[in-house]
Design a protein around this ligand. Structure first.
Ligand SMILES: NC(=O)c1ccc[n+]([C@@H]2O[C@H](COP(=O)([O-])OP(=O)(O)OC[C@H]3O[C@@H](n4cnc5c(N)ncnc54)[C@H](OP(=O)(O)O)[C@@H]3O)[C@@H](O)[C@H]2O)c1
Length: 351
């Protein structure tokens, strides 16, 4: 896993080098950030209690966004709100709870966002959604709804959240933006074999109860969750730009590179410390303040930049893996995720 991931990031830096030589960088301005005097732009950042999400909150709040910090622990979110309000006097931030592994939590979160926007009587609109939350689990776990927890947190929960929030984003008077946080690790997925089974509840449950199951490869599931995020973004972009969905929303991927955060929290401390020392000495490790630049650039890039992969800060974009541009698989992934979303919402209604 380690060697493959280092090879993948080095490959991406090489691509970045050539991209810098040959392509233009997206100018860092967005109507949402400029229009704040007449219409307060609101944004949602998932996984805002730590790491890249927390660093992104600080930058966007200082650019005039009303930032909704979304996360599963209100204690963690409240601490960040308190810390930011102490450091910056004029920012507007609000913590709202959402657990991405729970459809009812996502539905309740959407209602809470709607109620919050209603209290501003049209003077505030949701203009940005940053799907950032993620885990790197070291054991296989099943969510209460029967999904594989890593896939559910990193991909499926964000798909559900996006579908749930899309009507609010579409009401924005300026083109709204969805930023999906991806990772260079998606390059390690070599083919599509068996990927859909990671999304199907019965397949996940069968695998976990069977002694014949091959040894669980957590890195592979993480890489797959990130490939799904990239393909979901491209498919969303295609649907928005071909009129299948209204075009007031654009979608991009942001890859922060390697960042020193709590993402390795499930690994033994000595092990993650060694990894960080090695990565730092190879000049590959960044702080969250630096790592969040790709996310911020992706959020603030103009609406004309949609369906692209941001990496390396300064508005730079690179190509993702060849596999990620497969339109047939992306459409199938969308259709399956959509069915799971509709089924989950129906199940909730019958409760
Ligand atoms: N760090 C890197 O090198 C790196 C590289 C490439 C991509 N990324 C991606 O960047 C994103 C942010 O990761 P990070 O490095 O900043 O890690 P982090 O510090 O561990 O932050 C992850 C955030 O996700 C939240 N979260 C986890 N499960 C959740 C759930 N079920 N519902 C809602 N929120 C949940 C966590 O909340 P709790 O505090 O409650 O756990 C935390 O706020 C992830 O998508 C990750 O895959 C990271």
């Amino acid at each position: 896993m380690g060697i493959m991931w280092v090879a993948a990031i080095c490959f991406f830096y090489l691509r970045l080098f050539f991209a810098k030589l040959s392509t233009t960088k997206a100018p860092i301005s967005h109507p949402a950030a400029v229009d704040s005097s007449s219409l307060r732009p609101a944004c949602i950042i998932t996984g805002a209690s730590s790491g890249i999400g927390k660093a992104t909150v600080e930058v966007l709040a200082n650019k005039g966004y009303y930032v909704i910090l979304a996360g599963r622990s209100m204690t963690g979110l409240d601490k960040v709100v308190e810390e930011l309000e102490l450091r910056h006097k004029n920012i507007m931030v609000k913590a709202l709870e959402v657990d991405l592994t729970s459809t009812s939590s996502i539905v309740n979160f959407t209602k809470a966002v709607q109620e919050l926007l209603d209290t501003y009587h049209g003077s505030m609109s949701l203009q940005l959604l940053v799907n950032n939350a993620g885990i790197l689990a070291t054991t296989e776990r099943v969510t209460p709804e029967g999904y594989e927890s890593l896939i559910s947190t990193n991909y499926l929960g964000h798909y559900f959240l996006t579908r749930s929030l899309l009507p609010l984003l579409q009401r924005s008077r300026v083109p709204a933006r969805i930023v999906n946080v991806g990772s260079f690790t998606h390059l390690c997925v070599q083919n599509f074999d068996g990927l859909f089974s990671l999304l199907l509840r019965r397949e996940v449950q069968k695998r976990m109860h069977s002694s014949k199951v091959p040894v669980y490869q957590i890195a592979y599931i993480y890489e797959t969750s990130k490939l799904f995020m990239v393909m979901f973004t491209y498919e969303l972009h295609r649907r928005l730009s071909t009129g299948t969905l209204p075009m007031q929303v654009t979608a991009v991927v942001a890859d922060p590179g390697i960042v020193q955060t709590a993402i390795f929290r499930e690994l033994p401390t000595w092990f993650s410390t060694c990894i960080f020392i090695l990565l730092r000495s190879a000049f590959l490790l960044q702080s969250p303040t630096v790592g969040c630049k790709a996310v911020v650039n992706a959020a603030l890039a103009p609406p004309s930049v949609s369906g692209e992969y941001f990496f390396g800060g300064e508005g730079c974009r690179v190509a993702s893996s060849t596999l990620s541009y497969n339109t047939q698989f992306a459409a199938d992934l969308w259709n399956l995720s959509d069915k799971l979303f509709n089924d989950a919402v129906c199940r909730l209604r019958t409760l």
